[in-house]
Design a protein around this ligand. Sequence first.
Ligand SMILES: [Zn+2]
Length: 192
Amino acid sequence: MAVDSQRLYREANILYWAMALLDLTYDYVDQCVANAKESPPFAIPRLRFVEAGLLIAHSYNDRAESTRSYGAKSGMIGMTYLTEEIIDGAFVKFIHNGNASPRWLSDPAANKVAEFLAFTQHVQYIKTGKQVYISDYQGSTKLLTDPQILTHPDVGAGMNLFGDGNVERGVELFEEQHNCSTNKYSRLSHTV
Ligand SMILES: [Zn+2]
């Protein structure tokens, strides 16, 4: 497989894992809200990752000329694309890769989302036994894209599961960098 195709497969894989981790987080949050005596005194931001898919274009033409110019036989993969839903509105980086502190953003709505996403990292970190969380949160205040997944070095037994963006030290430094005391969303939960 061409290097570019491998990179896109990896990117799609990261996106699907991030979707699952964010679903897990919302399941947990919804359960906490359902079990609480009163509803929280703040709105819970609702975000999701973009729908995406790999588009694989096969060469359709077996004329000698095209075989020569593309170096591919008929039916072989020509190009791979990662297609994603379009994100409307301002594009924001909420949390950088490799640093689990939310960015301070001048837009109050974006700032709330950054704070909420920092809380989701906490839920993921605890729910996966301090092994995994989503990093590099970015997109709009509704739709996220292009995440990274940070894993503890034990995950994957030395195999590079999630590409170059997997800053393993990020997981080791999580408890140092993550600040719950200023995060109002952490009140959603008393068990993580
Ligand atoms: Zn926390």
